[in-house]
Write a protein that binds this ligand. Sequence first.
Ligand SMILES: [Zn+2]
Length: 363
Amino acid sequence: MSAPTQAASPWSVRLATVRGIPIRIHFSFLLLLFWIAVVSRWQAQALVNILALFVCVLLHELGHALTAQRYGIRIKDITLYPIGGVAMLVDRPKPKQEFWITLAGPAVNVAIAFVAAAMLAAKGFQPDQLQSAFEQGALLPYLLVANVMLAVFNMIPAFPMDGGRILRSVLAMNMPHAKATRIAGTIGQGLAILFGFLGLFTGQILLMIIAFFVFVGAGAEMGQAQGLALTEGRNVREAMYTRFAVLQHGDSLGRAAELLLSSTQADFPVMSGPDVVGVLNREAIVRGLAEAGPGGYVAGYMNRDVDYIEGGEPLSVALERLSSNPRGLLVVTEQGRPVGLLNAENLGEFLMLQQAREALRQA
Ligand SMILES: [Zn+2]
């Protein structure tokens, strides 16, 4: 799988770095290893096999990531989960690029399967011996079967799995990106419901878990694609709000509380002369009042990491920044001067209005 950026999971640790790409492993993967060790009664072969599978999943993700790098697309990281890996792309690939980036993952598994098959053939292994050798847990037959299964499984067209991404990229070559995502996502959710029932009736819990993730993942990506489509051709200036109150560096928390109560604004830029030196939000005001009382200074409780954005920047940039930090506040500047604010709530309202306008136009 490969996906556009989200924040790195706090439940993962960095294992290594390959060509500047951090390789992370999710905590639950270690639990899985432990579980398999216990279930297999600490048999070395079972652990060797699961670690080999882990390497194959990693190589699959590197197939995506290194192909993306060849197109000049930046990679945030690769995280390995028990049900598969995810390579996080920073930039959005074009449909043709997405096609090859996605195909490269399963192609790695096909290549490994070929190598395993060739090595087995060289040892004089007969195809009809495969099943019993696989069941006994021998490494090469295991690698062959596991990689064929990984390739086949990933190519199921259930977006956001690889097969679904390939379907989306082919559709997007002939129609708007959001529409392609909607079609691929709907097919993905339909298949997820099917997997869910299949898992329920056959008692396969793993299948039910995968179905759940496919369903949720498809929904999230459809929403994101629709949001991006609604921001198309719009800039930050159009969505920002310009009527807002500010605090001065030397103001008291009592003054901040007054402003908080007299308006619906929840985040206040803190000024020092013409510059924004911090942002004070509702939580910080409440915490400050509890700790220092109304005489305390706003400067002691404001967040000094101010997130600036230029008014002329595309709105899609603001959308991506606010979706990775939904509680954040963007301070909009023009020639270095703060002229407006934008948070997830305002942006959401702006997009809803855009959607209503679109619906009216199409009616
Ligand atoms: Zn993949």
